[in-house]
Design a protein around this ligand. Structure first.
Ligand SMILES: NC(=O)C1=CN([C@@H]2O[C@H](COP(=O)(O)OP(=O)(O)OC[C@H]3O[C@@H](n4cnc5c(N)ncnc54)[C@H](O)[C@@H]3O)[C@@H](O)[C@H]2O)C=CC1
Ligand SMILES: O=C(O)[C@H]1O[C@H](OP(=O)(O)OP(=O)(O)OC[C@H]2O[C@@H](n3ccc(=O)[nH]c3=O)[C@H](O)[C@@H]2O)[C@H](O)[C@@H](O)[C@@H]1O
Length: 444
């Protein structure tokens, strides 16, 4: 029996996928309402393929949900911890939930149980957990997760590799064997290496994106096109074609907190890591860059300007708003006096203001969001934004400009509808700096 503690994006995916491989799985969560919904077959998050796996597991009796960590852990040979490790406020990962759960379940673990950390945790956490459990019969294995939200099930079932790290190599091999049906290479390491792999991996990807976003700004300045530049770069296998899409900065529940956490780990060990600091700073500039474009499109001031936002989630395919760059841009616009109305296919209700986002009225469709707005800004790459009727948008939009931070609006179709697109990473067709001037001049 496998226990999965925490039924969030990672835990629910892990539980449902391990059950689909034939393992009996029990998932424990502290949130009773969530547990009851899952027992009824309701998936609380937007994740492709997850409802099907949940229903199949419930129907086959291989997947069950219980309230609390102990109720799940006491029945299992393997206990996967899929608990939150948020930013503690000073950049360090806050491990209080992990440590509290370990203390709670330790006396109840079966003899010979293997405790597996799937949460992203700082180097040294496996050693701390081993000391806290204080049972020679219980092994601790670090098994970081690399799934992306929105494609979590596909990523879990078709992983590039499985990383299992432990100072008990037999326990690491036993955890790797649980994934054997997937046929993925297993990277067996020390616990410290496994823990560092996860942070180095996320920080490297974030650095790739900060680099691309800086190239995008440069491409605009020099008259190049970032999409052409990354296309040309990506053919080289050392770079690869993926994860090179310029945008309004990177966000989500992990890149921001994990880059900060890695920076504090480096600091704590007295190791200079200036690239990482630059990656984080560059990401703030990427958000500023989009806000600057919106201000210019609004004529130089956003005071009292109605602005329409398409997309609020941190990327398409998820309903997750945690550390969304769309909200960070919205915050910048609201701070300058813009009045925001948004449409996002995954967000159904108005968003109240919080410490890091303004109040945002949420419209039921992209057209209603655009009604009366001075500028329309595309902040998330939802596929439906590619097929919106731009003539209908032009009919209700007050201004004539669409700032497209995700490269989803066709400039020619927009022009035919009487709209000027301000793209990211290249000059727009109606950019006054562009040479030669397009026939007919600017629409705006
Ligand atoms: N979201 C993602 O795409 C990925 C996240 N990770 C890492 O995985 C970990 C979990 O992340 P998410 O699944 O996104 O978090 P989440 O917030 O979606 O889920 C965490 C779950 O743990 C439950 N929980 C909290 N305290 C508990 C307790 N005392 N006992 C039992 N359950 C408890 C919560 O109710 C919630 O259901 C984090 O360390 C994160 O960095 C790693 C890879 C991908
Ligand atoms: O540790 C984690 O939680 C996960 O973090 C990311 O996954 P995720 O947060 O789901 O999101 P990504 O798809 O990586 O996107 C992150 C941000 O980068 C942006 N992005 C991504 C790709 C790209 O080409 N351009 C770009 O701007 C997205 O819009 C988003 O804001 C990693 O990709 C996962 O491998 C990792 O497991």
């Amino acid at each position: 029996m496998i226990a999965v503690i925490g039924s969030g994006y990672v835990g629910l995916t892990t539980g449902a996928c391990l059950a689909s491989l034939g393992h009996p799985v029990v998932c424990g969560d502290v949130d009773l309402d969530k547990v009851e919904r899952l027992q009824r077959g309701e998936v609380p998050i937007l994740e492709d393929g997850l409802p099907e796996l949940l229903h199949a597991g419930l129907a086959a009796g291989t997947l069950e949900f219980v309230h609390g960590a102990v109720a799940a852990a006491e029945r299992a040979e393997y206990v996967f911890l899929c608990l939150p490790t948020p930013d503690g406020g000073d950049g360090r990962a806050d491990l209080r939930i992990v440590h509290a759960v370990v203390a709670e379940i330790a006396p109840h673990l079966r003899p010979g149980a293997v405790l597996v950390t799937k949460s992203t945790v700082p180097v040294g956490t496996a050693a701390e957990i081993t000391a806290a459990v204080d049972r020679p019969d219980v092994a601790v294995v670090s098994n970081p997760e690399f799934l992306q939200e929105g494609s979590a099930v596909r990523n879990f079932l078709h992983p590039d590799r499985i990383v299992v790290g432990s100072d008990d190599r037999a326990a690491a091999a036993a955890v790797a064997a649980l994934y054997a049906p997937l046929g993925a290479p297993a990277v067996v390491t020390s616990a410290a290496s496994a823990e560092l792999i996860k942070y180095a991996f996320n920080a490297f990807l974030a650095t790739k994106l900060s680099f691309v976003n800086a190239v995008a700004a440069l491409a605009e300045a020099v008259g190049a096109d970032v999409a052409e530049v990354t296309h040309g770069m990506g053919f080289d296998e050392r770079i690869g074609p993926r994860f090179l899409q310029a945008g309004p900065g990177w966000g989500g529940s992990c890149f921001p907190k994990d880059t900060r956490a890695l920076a504090t780990i480096a600091d704590d060990h007295g190791v200079p890591f200036p690239v990482l600091a630059a990656t984080v700073t560059a990401n703030e500039l990427a958000k500023d860059h989009v806000a600057d474009k919106v201000r210019r499109a609004a004529g130089g001031s956003l005071a009292g300007a109605p602005v329409a936002l398409w997309g609020l989630t941190f990327k398409a395919g998820t309903d997750d708003l945690r550390d969304s760059p769309a909200l960070a841009v919205a915050q910048r616009l609201a701070a300058e006096g813009a009045v925001l109305t948004a449409y996002d296919p995954a967000i159904g209700a108005d968003l109240p203001a919080t410490a890091d986002r303004p109040a945002i009225r949420v419209a039921a469709d992209p057209y209603r969001a655009a009604e009366g707005a001075a500028v329309l800004v595309v902040l998330t790459e939802w596929p439906e934004f590619r097929t919106v009727d731009l003539a209908r948008v032009a009919a209700v939009l007050d201004g004539r400009t669409v700032v497209d931070a995700r490269g989803v609006v066709d400039e020619d179709v927009a022009a035919a509808a009487g709209l000027a697109v301000v793209p990211l990473g290249r000059r727009g067709r109606f950019d006054p700096d562009r040479s030669p001037e397009p026939a007919g001049g600017a629409v705006a």
